[in-house]
Design a protein around this ligand. Structure first.
Ligand SMILES: [Zn+2]
Length: 346
């Protein structure tokens, strides 16, 4: 009996093996190589190749999958992920959306929920979309039973996904693949999904600590010029670890980032008036910071473009430059999201 249980939990999965899971299940990555798992349609469901850190433990929700890459074994318990705190419901709409009929049809809005007809309609073009993205949208629609605020619905969806056995990176990918117009919403949620590596480091050694500090230092430059607004009270110092000058109230402007320094493993932002504030996760309004950085980049871009237009030679069509500028803009915005993610992980 005992042996049977042990065998069951320690099964080592072979490549392309079909996994049929009745419940959410935890898996261990045996040799640290990338793991790629396909859903029953053959669409990528979970792919650790895109992640910066090696994933040693992860979950899969109930369902049918194929192991495309990696060497994994089933664990006795799923990985425990912390859920994000939710505000009180803003309302309670009649009807249970989890029982609504799900259908595919032409839908320019990608996905809509009809509370009267009790149906959820995905656009035809989404049939082949990755499952985590569709599930994220579905849970977001469910959330509207209780919430009106879009960002809160996103958070509700993320919690539901974690609870069902999805990993943080799958939720992150789902969010990033949604419309670019919703950038502040995405960033808000990514910020909430702190520590987005799909595992918990129980034995942090000096090497990884050093690597983490390097990561933050590497991205801190991207925040120079950005505006800090307090989300929680922020103490302003005369120098890193120096005298307290004042405390900035939540919602008030702390200042513009001039530079940054690392002191005793902490990051301090040097403000334009030469005062200092310590970087702590969640203390600053990262939406506002990202927006100010984007505005700054647009300004910079406009200047470069104006200069380029001035210098432009007759044989170089202006259109080519315009295209490059458009590409750069999106590269920057993607960079800003990644940088914010890295920063909040610190
Ligand atoms: Zn919505």
């Amino acid at each position: 009996m005992l042996r049977g249980v042990a065998n069951n939990f320690c099964k080592i999965m072979k490549r392309n093996q079909r996994l049929v899971l009745k419940d959410k299940t935890g898996f261990r990555n045996i040799n640290g190589t990338p793991v790629v798992i396909l859903d029953s349609r053959g669409v990528i469901f979970y792919d650790t190749r895109v992640l910066e850190d090696i994933v040693w433990e992860f979950n899969l929700p109930a369902g049918e999958y194929y192991l495309e890459r990696g060497k994994i074994s089933e664990m006795a318990e799923p990985v425990q992920y912390d859920l994000m705190p939710m505000p009180k419901p803003e309302r309670n709409r009649q009807g249970d959306p989890t029982l609504f009929k799900i259908q595919f049809a032409n839908n320019p809005n990608k996905c809509t929920i009809d509370w009267k007809k009790r149906s959820i309609t995905f656009d035809e073009s989404m049939r082949d979309w990755p499952l985590p993205t569709m599930v994220f949208i579905l849970y977001h629609e469910h959330a509207h039973k209780y919430y009106e605020t879009e960002a809160i619905c996103d958070r509700y969806a993320a919690n539901k996904m974690l609870d069902a056995g999805y990993n943080q990176s799958q939720i992150g990918e789902a969010i990033l693949s949604l419309s670019d117009k919703q950038y502040p919403r995405k960033e808000y949620l990514i910020e909430s999904l702190l520590g987005s590596a799909d595992h918990y480091d129980e034995c942090i050694n000096e090497d990884t600590e050093y690597a983490d500090a390097q990561n933050v230092s590497g991205s801190a430059d991207k925040f120079v010029g950005g505006q800090l607004i307090a989300k929680y009270p922020v103490t302003v110092y005369s120098s890193p670890n120096g005298n307290v000058i004042k405390t900035v109230k939540p919602g008030d402007v702390v200042g513009f980032i001039y530079s940054w320094v690392e002191r005793d493993g902490k990051i301090f932002w040097q403000l334009q008036d030469n005062s200092f504030v310590e970087h702590k996760s969640g203390v600053f309004d990262t939406d506002a910071l990202a927006q100010s950085l984007i505005a700054l980049e647009r300004e910079r871009e406009a200047k470069i473009k104006a200069a380029a237009e001035e210098r432009i030679e007759n044989n170089k069509p202006l259109a080519a430059i315009t295209n490059i500028m458009d590409t750069l803009k999106w590269v920057f915005i993607a960079g800003a999201i990644i940088a914010v993610v890295k920063l909040v992980k610190s």
